[in-house]
Design a protein around this ligand. Structure first.
Ligand code: MEV
Length: 437
């Protein structure tokens, strides 16, 4: 297949875009109507959906599941999760059920404010800048009153504005740090709008210079920070060690708790393990964020930066065994919204929030972190007992049978044959080929 460079693709209608792509992919036999076939049928929803992004020609779907019985601060949630990876929802559900019968997850800490920065260079005397700081701050806050009015009415708005000296790291560099409360919205647009207005304000305050190159102050950029160190959530769950007997797969409880603690410690000290350990947490976190129309890339960026906050990448969750009680916990930087943005525009995201009882952003943070910790606990439990492949086999086999287009009889026979055996694509193919002779 030889693709041609196309100019003005974005100017084509949706139909024209599909036709172009289908012609380009002639060898692969992707037809225009096939592409359209993956869309939501409701015309209004379809329009909203297509307009969420640019150059949209279809939709890419992902399994949408429920992890029932997630108890967070005494409330029961049946949590929507959008994820394609086998076993994540099963793991979250088993873990949720186990902890539900033992008091569930507790949110032990939540902080809710967000940060954004205007980076600028100051070429004048540093003392001059500090002399100007108070009047500049008042000028900027006054200038932003109109922009923040509606957020202020909702109980949010700008909490503080600080000038930070970064000249020790990069010559002449300063940053203006804005802390905001965006209430129940994730607030990315609000924060970036405020910051860009502040950047303009800084330029205005120091005066337009006929020779811009000769200015004392040069704004470099303004943007929110996804490293949300002031928007964090901590969750915990604990139970008497004797109650773990049902999940040790026949292992002595003392051996199990010892291996569990050790597994969490390994993730603290070895980045190779920490990466996979945290991936298991984010399996749950991202799936709930996807289902509720939240920005999972932001959560990923925040989580991994936080995981390396002391200079080494470490596991984000922990496990202790003390006084015959096992406790697990997780702290995540996490910015979510339950109003505005995709949460209001995407039909299924809206439904997800309804399924969760229309939580506040603060409540959603607790739910998301609880699901992350539930997935993590399930993974570590499997790893220190049976290994994870055992739990994966049923879905893995089903996916392979779908790939090999097995008929119902072949499926039944294969499932019986592979019961308790190791499943691989080649083994299943071999078995099916044998059956066909
Ligand atoms: C797989 O998606 C996630 C795990 O690898 C997580 C872990 O190892 O902790 C099972």
């Amino acid at each position: 297949m030889k693709n041609k460079i196309i100019k003005g693709f974005s100017k084509l209608s949706v139909e024209e875009k599909r036709s172009f792509i289908s012609l380009q992919s002639k060898d692969a036999l992707v037809t225009s109507s096939e592409l359209k076939g993956f869309l939501i049928e409701d015309p209004v929803e379809q329009k909203h959906f297509l307009e969420l992004s640019e150059n949209t020609i279809s939709s890419f779907y992902t399994p949408y599941s429920i992890a029932p019985n997630m108890v967070v601060d005494g409330k029961v949630y049946h949590v929507p999760m959008a994820i394609e990876e086998s076993s994540v929802v099963a793991a979250a559900s088993h873990s949720a059920r186990f902890w539900a019968e033992r008091g569930g997850f507790r949110v032990t800490q939540v902080s809710m404010s967000k940060l954004g920065h205007v980076y600028f260079r100051w070429f004048g005397d540093p003392a001059d800048l500090w002399t100007h700081w108070d009047p500049l701050k008042n000028f900027l806050l006054e200038r932003l009153k109109k922009t923040t009015a509606s957020m202020d009415r909702r109980g949010g708005g700008i909490l503080s504005l600080e000038l930070l000296d970064m000249t020790g790291l990069i010559k002449h560099l300063y940053k203006l740090e804005m802390e905001v409360n965006t209430v129940n919205s994730m607030g990315a647009n609000f924060i970036n709008t405020c910051l860009e207005e502040m950047a303009e304000g800084i330029d205005f305050f120091f005066g337009a210079d006929p020779h811009p190159e000769g200015k004392k102050c040069q704004v470099v950029m303004s943007i929110l920070s996804n490293y949300t160190t002031k928007c964090t959530v901590s969750v915990e769950a604990s139970c008497p060690v004797d109650e773990l007997r049902s999940i040790t797969e026949g292992m002595r409880v003392a051996t199990f708790t010892d291996k569990m603690e050790l597994a969490y410690m390994i993730a603290r000290i070895d980045p190779y393990r920490a990466s996979t350990h945290n991936k298991g947490i984010m399996n749950g976190v991202d799936a709930v964020l996807m289902a509720t129309g939240n920005d999972y890339r932001a959560a990923e960026a925040a989580a991994h930066t936080y995981a390396s906050r002391d200079g080494q990448y470490r596991g984000l969750s922990w496990c202790t065994v003390k006084d015959h009680t096992l406790t697990i916990g997780l702290t995540l930087p996490l910015a979510v919204g339950t109003v505005g943005g995709i949460t209001s525009l995407h039909a299924l995201a809206r439904r997800s929030l309804e399924i969760l009882g229309n939580p506040t952003a603060k409540e959603l943070m607790g739910i998301v972190a609880a699901v992350g910790l539930a997935c993590n606990f399930a993974a570590i439990r499997s790893l220190v007992t049976t290994g994870i492949q055992k739990g994966h086999m049923r879905l893995h086999l089903s996916n392979i049978l779908n790939m090999l287009i097995a008929n119902p009889d072949q499926r039944r026979e294969t499932e019986v044959y592979f019961d308790g055996k190791k499943v691989s694509y080649s083994a299943v193919k071999h078995f099916l080929n044998g059956k066909k002779h």
